[in-house]
Write a protein that binds this ligand. Structure first.
Ligand code: ATP
Ligand code: MN
Length: 427
């Protein structure tokens, strides 16, 4: 059997004048009198393949349909008229799986494409997005390894909430009522007392009932936790991670950025340090710009975008206790404020939340009570404060939000192959 060559390599000029094999799917088809043009795609790209009437493959070329799978062999020719500059002059075409009439055609609605997502992921657009997604995850792992963080695997079934009851998915677990995890944070906090610096990339589940362009019911969450660390350490870690991904992704995925019309140059300029402002300063800036936000209120999407427009990626830290979670550590001298920090970026707004975790047992018990949470549900978490507690910080960052920002996509649904929202769980 002829070995198969990746289309990308053919387009890079590896095989001019040579006989090669290609395998893939028919992307476009156009028929002339004595010639059929078959644009064929594989994982790496698309190339024009021509079949002439005087070859034995003519009948199959006439018969083959869009999205049929094929193998073919032929000679690579340089041809300026062909998209990509090369074409394959085919002498043997074999249909592997003849496709029925493919339901996706040009000019169909976004809604329709999402209904046939299992087929739409074959598009060049989704192919490019998924490659950027894969490389982004690789860079995240590279970064944490480089920084000496241990990768850990937290549980998905949990018995007590991390981020508040409103967005918990409940489920039957044998004869018990459990939940799907909203965040690995609490378990990562346990793991730092063994490994000191830990991270994970795992799904989080949130029953987000309102439909927005930046919320999914299932998303992938990059989370890290570090023992003996300060708020400054935390912000440096986050900006170094984001800077590392932004700079390297534009190098590694230049083709994909181009295909998606995303601005690689702007992204390559994202470099630490990012601006750092307090919640108080942010409120003041926003009010100066005409916002009606009052001290003590949380920022909405509009406010976040206003801030990001002014500062670029920006850390907003030191929040009123009331709008943050029970585990946030209070400033001992200003107990109404907590050591919490949001990273806010253009396009998508909040990219991550992090902070110092309450590490004192008595304070934590007070916080649980304020939040109306039952101590018995959190005994194991309180244990972490009983046995060798340490000051520590950590954060959680949404992979899909990171991608939507980097690729300038207007909906986070396009950053994941099979998005899950309140209305969408098929295919
Ligand atoms: P928001 O206020 O924007 O709903 P959040 O403050 O509830 O987000 P966190 O609990 O701080 O979210 O979660 C950490 C990160 O996970 C967020 O900064 C965001 O990047 C991401 N994230 C949170 N919820 C979702 C979701 N439903 N879909 C996708 N990403 C999410
Ligand atoms: Mn948050």
């Amino acid at each position: 059997m002829t070995p198969f060559t990746a289309i990308e390599d053919v387009l890079d000029g590896c095989c001019e004048g040579k006989q090669i094999g290609v395998r893939g799917w028919i992307y476009r088809k156009r028929k002339g009198k004595d010639i059929v043009f078959l644009v064929t795609r594989d994982a790496t790209g698309t190339i024009q393949c021509t079949v002439r009437k005087d070859t034995t493959s003519w009948a199959d070329a006439e018969k083959v349909t869009i999205e049929s799978s094929v193998t073919l062999s032929g000679t690579v020719k340089r041809d300026e008229r062909a998209p990509g500059g090369f074409e394959v002059s085919v002498d043997q075409l074999k249909i592997v799986g003849l496709a029925e009439t493919f339901p996706i055609t040009k000019d169909q609605s976004e809604e329709f494409r999402r209904n046939v997502r299992h087929l739409w992921i074959r598009s060049r657009r989704m192919n490019a997005i998924m490659k950027v997604r894969g490389e982004t995850l690789r860079l995240v792992h590279d970064f944490f390894r480089k920084e000496g963080f241990a990768e850990v695997s937290p549980p998905m079934f949990i018995s007590s909430a991390c981020e508040g009851g409103a967005t918990l998915f409940g489920l039957k677990y044998f004869d018990k009522d459990l939940y799907l995890t909203q965040s690995a944070q609490l378990h990562l906090e346990a793991l730092i007392q063994s490994l000191e610096k830990v991270y994970c990339v795992a799904p989080s589940f949130r029953a987000e009932k309102s439909r927005t362009i930046r919320h999914l019911a299932e998303y992938w969450h990059v989370e890290a936790e570090e023992a003996f660390s300060t708020m400054d350490d935390l912000m440096s870690l986050e900006e170094n991670l984001v800077g590392y991904v932004c700079q390297n992704i534009t190098k590694q995925c230049g083709k994909e950025f181009k295909a998606l019309g995303a601005k690689a140059k702007t992204l390559a300029k994202v470099k630490p340090p990012f601006s750092r402002i307090t919640y108080d300063e942010a409120v003041e800036r926003l009010r100066k710009k005409g916002s009606r936000i009052k001290w003590g209120e949380d920022f909405g999407f509009d406010e976040e975008r206003t801030l990001a427009k002014e500062f670029g990626p920006v850390f907003v830290h030191t929040y009123p206790k009331k709008i943050k979670a029970f585990y946030c550590k209070t400033y001992r001298k200003k107990p109404d404020l907590v050591m919490s920090v949001d990273l806010i970026v253009p396009i998508i707004g909040e990219l991550s939340t992090g902070g110092a975790r309450e590490d004192d047992k008595i304070e934590l018990l007070k916080r649980l009570e304020e939040f109306g949470l039952r101590q018995e549900d959190y005994e194991w978490y309180i244990d972490l404060r009983r046995y060798g507690t340490v000051p520590h910080t950590g954060f959680g960052l949404g992979v899909e939000r990171l991608l939507a920002w980097m690729l300038n996509l207007e909906n986070i649904m396009d950053t994941i192959p099979f998005p899950r929202t309140v209305r969408r769980f098929y295919p």
